[in-house]
Design a protein around this ligand. Structure first.
Ligand SMILES: Cc1cc2nc3c(=O)[nH]c(=O)nc-3n(C[C@H](O)[C@H](O)[C@H](O)COP(=O)(O)OP(=O)(O)OC[C@H]3O[C@@H](n4cnc5c(N)ncnc54)[C@H](O)[C@@H]3O)c2cc1C
Length: 393
């Protein structure tokens, strides 16, 4: 493993940094605020701007609207955007879907979707979970029945993030109810503006409007929107989830670094009961411990990015990335609230109120983060199975 970035990677980092200084991401309107995953909030306007720069498709082939760059260049650009708290949520699912289309899509699908996704003309959400199928997607009961050139889809999806903002959804449905559970599932590219689709936003406990429920009633989807082979949808979904676990968390250290830097700034200045917080040994130890964990998280992310860049599988490393990022995020939010608590109670108009609000939000929202994309328990199962070679329990 080479710990230095290449000239090309440094070049793109510099370009992204200058872009964020010239066009501050916070000036773009956000539909969903930054929830602390590491990839910022959801901003259709900012996503469009990234599309114009070509940064939504850095590692896609040029013939499909990509830049023909490497995974590492894509990672470095995303890391720099994360440090600037730039909203990258809006295209995150597009990344996973785009990778699936590149790998499993027909030539027609590649031509139809990839260039438009690269320009952010269309956004994607992912509709996998159902009320009875979350950790165990084999229980998927949404049905797709062949009818001539169409599939007729009926069922319900729960928790798709951003389906109220994205035009399209990668949807998992059962096409053969008689086959073994893992064999009868297929994936579809579904236009959620089609007749029969209802998308309802759901407000989470942090007050954010990030996820949704989708109802599908006799929705007709042309067979050309079947992605991959009929009844062979699971490998595609597992690959998309692997990508989602990595790309959805690998940036967290960059955003959390900013949170920690601001917390340190606060500790340096604030007093409680006449005592400077920076003199408190427990607080110093807590901050130092978080700095250690952040550094570990960064290295784990770099290693996984490097493996991906080499074309290697990260089937269990992506679970490590996710567990570390999610649980560290919870610890940072807890520490932030505990350390800031006394100051905010004393002075509501404190200049630190904004930072405190951020930690308050992260504290509640971070409960959900360790569920999204597969719970920490499921990730630990994957690490035991694929990373440690333990037999299935
Ligand atoms: C913020 C957020 C965003 C989301 N975004 C999306 C999205 O965009 N698209 C989408 O399709 N879904 C999305 N989800 C849904 C998410 O993928 C599921 O919530 C998750 O997979 C867990 O499924 P479940 O909620 O049905 O819980 P269940 O599967 O019912 O699990 C309940 C509990 O049992 C534990 N458990 C279950 N099976 C095992 C096992 N074998 N071993 C040990 N413990 C186990 C789980 O860890 C959990 O604690 C999102 C969820 C959240 C919170």
């Amino acid at each position: 493993m080479d710990f230095r970035f290449s000239e090309q990677e440094e070049k793109i980092r510099k370009e992204v940094r200058e872009f964020c200084q010239q066009e501050p991401p916070e000036n773009f309107p956000c539909e969903i605020e930054d929830e602390g995953y590491g990839f910022g909030g959801w901003s259709c306007a900012f996503t469009k701007r990234l599309g114009e720069k070509g940064w939504l498709s850095i590692a896609w082939p040029k013939e499909y609207g990509g830049m023909g760059g490497s995974i590492m260049e894509r990672f470095v650009a995303a890391e720099e955007l994360a440090y600037h708290r730039a909203p990258q949520y809006g295209h995150l699912f597009g990344d996973a879907v785009g990778t699936g289309v590149l790998r499993y899509g027909t030539e027609e699908q590649k031509q139809e979707f990839l260039p438009r996704m690269a320009r952010a003309e269309i956004l994607f959400s992912t509709g996998l979970s159902e009320p009875g199928a979350g950790s165990d997607l084999l229980n998927t009961s949404t049905r797709a029945v062949k009818d001539g050139d169409y599939y007729v889809i009926n069922g319900q999806k729960i928790w798709p993030t951003g389906a109220h903002l994205a035009e399209w959804c990668l949807l998992l449905a059962r096409t053969d109810p008689d086959a073994p559970k893992s064999r009868g599932l297929s994936t579809f590219l579904v236009d959620v503006r089609s007749p029969g689709v209802t998308v309802n936003p759901i407000v989470d406990m942090a007050g954010a409007n990030s996820f949704t429920e989708i109802f599908l009633e006799d929705v007709r989807v042309h067979k050309k929107y079947l992605l991959g082979q009929e009844n062979r949808g699971l490998p595609l979904v597992f690959e998309a989830l692997e990508g989602d676990r990595f790309w959805g968390r690998c940036l967290r250290h960059a955003g959390s670094k900013r949170d920690l830097e601001e917390l340190v700034e606060f500790v340096n200045e604030a007093k409680y009961d006449g005592h400077r917080l920076r003199d408190n040994q427990v607080i110093r130890d807590t901050l130092a411990e978080l700095a250690v964990e952040l550094e570990v998280s960064r290295m784990i992310n770099y290693k996984a990015a490097w493996l991906l860049n080499k074309g290697a599988s990260i089937s269990w490393e992506s679970s490590v990335v996710k567990v570390v990022a999610d649980e560290l995020g919870q610890r940072i939010a807890n520490a932030g609230l505990e350390i800031m608590g006394p100051e905010i109670q004393i002075n509501d108009n404190s200049k630190w109120a904004r930072l405190n609000k951020r930690f308050l939000f992260l504290y509640t929202f971070n409960r959900g983060i360790s569920l999204a994309g597969g719970t920490s328990e499921i990730q630990r199962n994957a690490i035991a199975l694929r990373g440690l070679g333990l037999p299935r329990a």
